[in-house]
Design a protein around this ligand. Structure first.
Ligand code: IMP
Ligand code: MG
Length: 180
């Protein structure tokens, strides 16, 4: 199915954007880059579920040195405030004080998710926070968030694959596919 030039998920078709080979090559470079930055340290990777688990798994193994990983789920509620959304953090049990944190995201779209999560992390007094996202849609950024490493900048079109889903499907595609 992934060798064809078009796939169907629910009511939409998707065409190839980034091949599996290009994904893997880029992730290796990102992992090596991080290994150089954190030489002599033991960073704690924090993967935001669900979408980032595939990227985090590869990035974590592309990182050469000692490191740990934790997972966090952010739950969104549509609230009555004008901001429209309230989020809570679940599953982050590690003591973050004094740790070097590497936040791993699948995609930064509006930046809302990362913006909120970074605010939360800063209250935990880590030694440092770096953010890595596999994809970024620069035109869509409405919440300015610092991103230290980016896999690929893409245009503002919906994509699936490599952890990213459309209504639950498409996460296991090994490359990135774009809405046709
Ligand atoms: P944010 O707008 O930067 O907060 O992104 C929120 C979340 O929306 C991301 O972490 C993804 O899970 C999801 N998302 C944004 N753009 C896409 C896309 O093109 N495909 C699949 N999920 C997306
Ligand atoms: Mg996500």
């Amino acid at each position: 199915m992934q060798d064809t030039h078009r796939i169907q998920i629910h009511d939409h078709s998707f065409v190839p954007l980034i091949s599996e080979a290009d994904v893997q090559a880029r992730v290796r470079v990102l992992g090596q880059d991080l290994a150089e930055r954190y030489e002599g340290q033991t960073p704690l990777f924090i993967s935001i579920l669900s979408g980032a688990f595939v990227f985090a798994s590869d990035l974590f193994r592309a990182f050469g040195g000692p490191c740990e990983i934790g997972f966090v789920k952010l739950a969104s509620y549509t609230g009555t405030r004008s901001s429209g959304e309230v989020q809570t953090v679940m599953g982050l049990d590690e003591d973050l004080r004094g740790r070097h944190l590497v936040v791993v995201e699948d995609i930064v779209d509006t930046g809302r998710t990362l913006h909120f999560f970074l605010e939360h992390l800063r209250t935990q007094q880590p030694a440092s926070i770096a953010t890595v996202t596999f994809l970024r849609k620069p035109e869509a950024a409405t919440f300015p968030v610092p991103v230290d490493l980016v896999g690929f900048d893409i245009e503002d079109k919906f994509v699936v694959g490599y952890g990213l889903d459309y209504d639950g499907l498409g996460r296991n595609l090994t490359g990135i596919w774009q809405l046709a």
